[in-house]
Ligand binder design. Structure first.
Ligand code: 9UX
Length: 72
């Protein structure tokens, strides 16, 4: 029940921004790994679908101050 999803994240302009988004994702229960790339504006998240949904991951990013769109 482990899935990987990608989010497109708008508004990140520096590596501190990417750290903020990574931290916001990593503290969500069910998230096993989150990596955010500034160059591609993408986040890749490995998560347990029994604990958290991709939509909740989008909301977690938005609460950290960035716009997120589910890609896959
Ligand atoms: Mo520094 Mo990134 O304020 O927004 S964290 S550019």
């Amino acid at each position: 029940n482990i899935l990987v999803c990608r989010l497109h994240i708008k508004g990140m302009t520096c590596t501190s921004c990417t750290s903020t988004v990574e931290s916001a994702l990593q503290v969500v229960p069910g998230v096993q790994r989150a990596s955010v790339a500034l160059a591609t504006e993408e986040a890749e998240i490995r998560y347990d679908r029994r604990v958290v949904t991709a939509t909740q991951l989008v909301h977690a990013v938005e609460e950290s101050g960035f716009e997120a769109i589910l890609v896959t």
